[in-house]
Design a protein around this ligand. Structure first.
Ligand SMILES: NC(=O)c1ccno1
Length: 236
């Protein structure tokens, strides 16, 4: 998978060279390229924003640098695919990002993330981008960040770990929160007693059927308590 990121703060993404995603890049599984949007400006001050038409506080990101940058990145979609790129703009006004979104996007060949700043990006950029690929405005949740960088980091991690070969043991992806629609069961490791707290006896029983049943019950209990909205109708 090829992932391009456009940001005026490219060093935000230095952390993506670490750990599993860093190893995936070294192994050629993930081709991550972070670019400075200012590289597509032409004035001495490398200007990317201006005042909003119609008045209002703050500044709006100018369309010109975005148009030039998206033209270049969208035209460099890996030749190995017929797919047009999926162009993602993190936005509190977008669809909510879920594990299903991550799984869907992990099947794409080319993702382009556009990180807005200030009061946002000129609306015509989203309209224009639709001529280059599939456009998705995506939100991490109902709150506002100062820009799209943190949301992009989170999405790249959630998507990247689902790409085959990134996580060593694919089995570890199966029993996770939200994979089966429920919150995951509690986990324990040695020592069996810690500060007078014991590991549940069932996990020491060696009875795999009993352990599986206990874990499912724990998932339902936790989901019922913390996220009743996720419960399937027959379990609510
Ligand atoms: N809620 C979000 O994902 C977001 C992105 C940018 N600002 O807020």
């Amino acid at each position: 998978m090829r992932i391009d990121v456009l940001s005026i703060f490219p060093s935000y993404f230095d952390g993506l060279t670490l750990s599993l995603l860093g190893k995936a890049q070294s192994a050629g599984i993930l081709d991550l390229r972070v670019r400075d949007l200012r590289d597509w400006t032409s004035d001495r001050h490398r200007t990317v924003d201006d005042t909003p038409y119609g008045g209002g506080a703050g500044m709006v990101m100018k369309p010109e640098p975005w148009g030039l940058a998206l033209d270049e990145l969208a035209s460099s979609t890996p030749s190995s695919t017929e797919q047009r790129p999926t162009i993602i703009f993190p936005s509190p006004a977008g669809e909510v990002f879920t594990q299903a979104t991550a799984r869907d996007l992990s099947t794409r060949e080319h993702l382009v993330f556009g990180c807005g700043r200030y009061e946002g990006i000129d609306e015509r950029v989203f309209e224009y981008a639709a001529s280059l690929g599939e456009v998705r405005l995506i939100s991490l949740g109902d709150y506002v960040l100062n820009g799209g960088e943190v949301a992009t980091m989170a999405m790249i991690e959630a998507i990247g770990r689902l790409i085959p070969g990134v996580v060593g043991n694919p089995e570890s992806l199966v029993e996770e929160s939200h994979e089966d629609g429920l919150l995951e069961y509690p986990s324990y490791t040695k020592p069996s007693v810690w500060r007078e707290r014991s590991v549940p006896d069932v996990l020491l029983s060696g009875n795999h059927a009993l352990i599986a049943s206990w874990r499912r019950d724990q998932q339902l209990e936790r989901t019922r308590r913390r996220r009743p909205d996720l419960l399937p109708d027959d379990e609510s």
